[in-house]
Design a protein around this ligand. Structure first.
Ligand code: SAM
Length: 401
């Protein structure tokens, strides 16, 4: 696919990032204003509100470089293309698939190095680039598009991105003319207005010597129902529908005031401390009861008294509090603002949990769910059993009451 060289060369595709490389989520939702693909062409200029640049100045720079504008005001980043960046930056000729759906489809269709995959329609080629990276040059992607201009544009991009050795683009109506393939593909992906019309053709193109899969991407439930009927009729099984919804999480790193491995031990200790406190309260109540009755009972056994005092944690005679090991534990595990801030407290350095402070990532889901894209229907085709009769049509199956 794209250049794997460290430095940018003439003719390379680069992704120009016009904002901070660490965008906030709100920037991510309008990335096409901030990110653009560019083919490095000596003699050409790149002009934007972030300044003016000469393509020839990019040659020899490492991918990922931050480049200052010629006037010294503004800068851009020159990124190595990836399918994810391409999906964010590509010129839209149609609606496209985004990474949340793409990654789910690729994983569910079990697309991997060496896989042989069919997709229709090609559209803007967003899905094609991710599949191409997953299958690599040992696999094959057959991509079909019936809109001639779109087909030609996608073909040019596949050539420019060095994918044409293992990606074949055909200008064809797959619902009418099928895929011109028999027993060839491990999986089929259909992103068409009428995928049900292509299901029988897909079945023909799928391999029969192993289990294969199909996925259809449709924006409305009526399309899903028609597709499910067609899949049933064609003998697909395990028909399952998913909807991918994006739920953003706010993630933050917070300091852990003690090693996580010690937490369990500390929790156990605090259980013990609670138990000691409970015994103290019982002993204190007994003491109050005794004095209320004006009975100063003399204990026969001084050892017993000492034991009770030790449990009680107080020197009854002097009213002085006895310090136990557990109290030390409690003191150790009580967070100090100074420790959180990494400085020492007025009581001296907080050696119990610093340095170094461990950090853990915590996240909070944002309740608002950003819109639905489409429904994803998946199904499996098993290799035919020798001597088995063809599957019953859905019209032959009695409706459920
Ligand atoms: N999955 C693509 C992507 O991620 O960029 C977007 C596909 S776009 C929504 C659907 C494409 O299917 C359109 O370009 C359309 O021209 C093409 N198409 C529709 N019906 C078709 C058919 N019967 N045969 C081939 N292509 C078809």
């Amino acid at each position: 696919m794209w250049s794997t060289a460290r430095e940018i060369a003439a003719g390379d595709t680069v992704i120009v990032w016009l904002a901070s490389p660490f965008p906030t989520s709100s920037i991510l939702h309008q990335t096409r204003d901030f990110i653009q693909p560019l083919v490095v062409t000596p003699g050409k200029d790149f002009n934007s509100k972030y300044g003016n640049y000469r393509h020839s100045d990019f040659i020899g720079m490492p991918f990922g470089s931050k480049v200052g504008s010629r006037s010294g005001k503004g800068f851009i980043h020159l990124l190595r293309p990836t399918p994810e960046l391409w999906t964010m930056a590509l010129p839209h000729r149609t609606q496209i698939l985004y990474i949340a759906d793409i990654s789910f489809i690729i994983s569910y269709l079990d697309i991997r190095r060496g896989s042989r995959v069919i997709e229709a329609g090609t559209g803007s080629g967003s899905f094609s680039h991710s599949v191409a990276r997953s299958i690599g040059p040992t696999g094959h992607l057959w991509s079909y598009e019936f809109h001639e201009a779109r087909a030609q544009k996608a073909r040019d991009e596949f050539t420019q991105h060095k994918m044409s050795d293992f990606v074949t683009l055909t200008h064809q109506n797959v619902c009418k003319d099928g895929f011109n393939l028999t027993d060839a593909a491990d999986s089929v992906f259909l992103d068409l207005p009428a995928p049900w019309d292509a299901v029988e053709h897909a079945k023909q193109a799928l391999r029969k010597d192993r289990t294969t899969r199909i996925s259809c991407f449709s924006p409305c439930m009526e399309q899903v129902l028609r597709t499910v009927s067609a899949l049933n009729d064609a003998g697909f099984i395990d028909i399952t529908m998913y909807e991918t919804l994006i739920r953003p999480h706010d993630v933050a790193q917070v300091p852990v005031l003690q090693p996580i491995s010690d937490m369990e031990e500390k929790l156990k200790k605090s259980e013990e401390i609670r138990e000691i406190k409970r015994l103290r309260q019982i002993a204190a109540k007994q003491k109050t009861d005794e004095s209320a009755h004006g009975e100063k009972r003399k204990r026969d056994d001084g050892d017993d008294e000492q034991e009770a005092e030790a449990v009680d944690g107080e020197d009854v005679g002097s009213g002085k509090k006895l310090k136990t090991e557990d109290d030390d534990e409690m003191a150790d595990s009580t967070p100090s603002r100074d420790v959180v801030n990494g400085s020492s407290s007025s009581r001296g350095p907080a050696v119990a949990f610093a340095p170094p402070l461990q950090k853990i990532s915590v996240s909070k889901a944002i309740v608002e769910v950003r819109g639905h894209t489409s429904y994803l229907t998946f199904a499996t085709l098993l290799p035919p059993m020798p001597g088995a009769s063809p599957p019953a049509s859905s019209e032959d199956v009695a409706p459920l009451d």
